[in-house]
Design a binder for this molecule. Structure first.
Ligand SMILES: [Zn+2]
Length: 247
């Protein structure tokens, strides 16, 4: 489990690269990492997850400007995520790989959308491969539910996209909910969308009050969809029971 966590820290470091390069269409293999401020190419000892950040006191070695907290935060998040996934799914290598792929794709989509308002197609594909490994979408007895959830959610978001003229939702959201519908099925996807709209509206109101933003200024919706998905995975049973009580 500790090894899985350490491995996760290194993968987290790579996810940081994906988050910053995929939305800009840059190569994720070529090109060295550099300081956001002075563009200095980082040496290998400046790229050790967490350790480099702490030793350098969160500052660049050359320009001494503050390094973004994004880097160690995502490394830690991925490390903890890998440790937990290993803890729960160590008995099945297929399940473990599936959830690792889904987890990584959702982390990159969450932060790429938050930072650049772009959901990288390649990460949606990685997530769908992960869900495919789980096998539930190919199991003839239950598969229908997952595919209908995926297509239903996509069509719903495509309509929203058409109705708002692309100002509210992006086409990226249409692809993302396809992945989420395939992952959650029904009624999971409904719970996730409900939670996403609720948290999205809540944060939207707070942002409007705080920064005097108008509804027109685009706030990425992908992070809320992923937040809704996490809420659904953790508390689906409780939420459905609660709905059953009030309906
Ligand atoms: Zn610098």
């Amino acid at each position: 489990m500790w090894l899985a966590g350490l491995f996760g820290l290194c993968i987290g470091s790579f996810l940081n690269v994906l988050i910053d390069r995929l939305p800009k269409g840059q190569s994720v293999v070529y090109g060295r990492s550099h300081c956001d401020h002075c563009k200095k190419t980082l040496r290998w000892y400046e790229l050790i997850p967490i350790v480099s950040f702490v030793i350098q006191l969160a500052r660049c070695r050359r320009c001494h400007k503050k390094l973004s907290l994004q880097y160690p935060a995502i490394e830690l998040l991925t490390g903890v995520g890998f440790a937990l996934l290993f803890f729960y799914f160590a008995d099945s290598i297929t399940k473990l790989s599936a959830y690792v792929l889904i987890f990584c794709s959702l982390i990159v989509i969450f932060f790429a959308d938050l930072k650049y308002q772009i959901i990288p197609d390649s990460m949606v594909v990685v997530g769908i491969i992960g869900v495919g490994l789980l096998g539930s979408v190919f199991d003839v007895r239950h598969a229908q539910v997952f595919w209908i959830s995926a297509f239903g959610a996509s069509v719903f978001f495509l309509l929203l996209w058409l109705l708002t003229g692309g100002r509210g939702m992006g086409l990226g959201d249409v692809k993302l909910v396809f992945l989420l519908g395939l992952l959650l099925g029904y009624p999971g996807i409904v719970v996730a969308l409900y939670a996403a709209f609720l948290t999205g509206a809540g944060v939207g109101v707070i942002l409007m009050k705080a920064r005097h933003k108008t509804w027109k200024s685009r706030v990425a919706f992908g992070p809320f969809l992923i937040l809704g998905t996490v809420i659904t995975i953790l508390w689906k049973t409780q939420i459905l029971a609660w709905w059953g009580n009030i309906l």
